[in-house]
Write a protein that binds this ligand. Sequence first.
Ligand code: BES
Ligand code: MN
Ligand code: MN
Length: 462
Amino acid sequence: MQNIQSYIQTHKDRFLSELIELLKIPSISADSAYKNDVLKTAKQVKISLEKAGCDLVEICKTEGHPIVYGEKIIDASLPTVLVYGHYDVQPPDPLDLWTSPPFEPVIKSTKIHPEGAIFARGACDDKGQMYMHVKALEFMTSTNQLPCNVKFMIEGEEEVGSVNLSKFVKANHDKLKNDVILISDTGMISKETPSITTGLRGLSYVEVEVTGPNRDLHSGLYGGAVANPINSLAKMIASLHDENNHITIPGFYDKVEELSNEERSQMSKAPFSLENYKAAIDIEDVHGEKGFSTNERNSIRPTLDVNGIWGGYTGEGAKTVIASKAFAKISMRLVPNQDWEEITQLFKAHFENIAPKGVKVKVKPHHGGQGYVTPIDSIGYQAASKAYEDSFGKTPIPQRSGGSIPIVSLFEQELKSKTILMGFGLDSDAIHSPNEHFGIWNYLKGIETIPLFYKYFTELSR
Ligand code: BES
Ligand code: MN
Ligand code: MN
């Protein structure tokens, strides 16, 4: 029977060229101009699942972009793994900062990926990582080594909040019934230090609108005598953190889970170089909540960040004007036990409350989701850990991530199963940024590790 390493050696060029074809389609879920490309991507994912050995694959329509569902049920008495991933991508802008066009994938080598990395929007998040599962399935079915049942659910709206997937999950408990959910949509510490993501942060995303006078005004004639909505917005935003970088919204921290000293000291053992961290993003110093380390600040602590701010004149040259309106998009990353809808309400009440008299404030909630933590003593975690031990020769480190995949907590709530986050990306892969890429080594390592998870999960479930 052929082993996975030799299978990868034989087929790796095809594994790369198939992924490159998928990356060429601009499946930007946020922009309705790309609706057909999103659909085209779904169809290509469907074909790939059929070729990889699924017995049933369907494109499930939603009110938004479709969900691709596939399955191979070999024996109802065996365990079932549900693979989740997404085929939609973030918008690629700013385009001028890409060294090659975002939807014309090319392989280039980098310091971290001397063997080469595929540069394209979605290379790592999440087409590349999702496709590892398709190729792992191909290996298992074509060499007769699939040890259990498998279901695939690949959506096209992760980057816009998974609203329609939530409805689909709620309406399809039986169809989606499983023993464990497996996702590759996160990262690991480094190629030398494998890790398994054990936590995700929740999210509350809002947009604010500050209105001053009923029209744009001459900044000389009116300046100094009326509230400038941009000045007011800037001041209000600045007041959301105190001098210790604590968030000032009343009640914001009430439900935050405080980790024990033991848990924090465990966390601090993960390899981390502050010097490399700063050098990689070219900053002189880090910044954040007093009393917490960098790794704590970006995983176990909640945050508030402005994602975009606009208003007034931003064109060429100068225009002397007091704008009528100013806007900002603000995200709050949440930790387990903080409820995203409650936090959204707290934000809204506070932001309206701190507005100076001369302006009106509107807060529009966007989307959100709960955080997630998974125990490390579950069968799923143990199976994943053994899989990494085999493929990396090292025990993976459990690590909580700062990112969000809001649907994961809904999976647990609706489908009553644990999610295992086997991510193979690196922080340096520039997801959501210009020049996103995914190391070929990481891609192939993922394909190698996934079948081992199936094997150990099936064994440990007996
Ligand atoms: N795959 C990411 C999330 C991620 C990346 C988690 C790396 C952990 C490590 C996902 O596609 C994503 O970008 N999620 C969004 C939230 C979503 C509601 C738009 C995020 O975290 O900003
Ligand atoms: Mn993703
Ligand atoms: Mn993403």
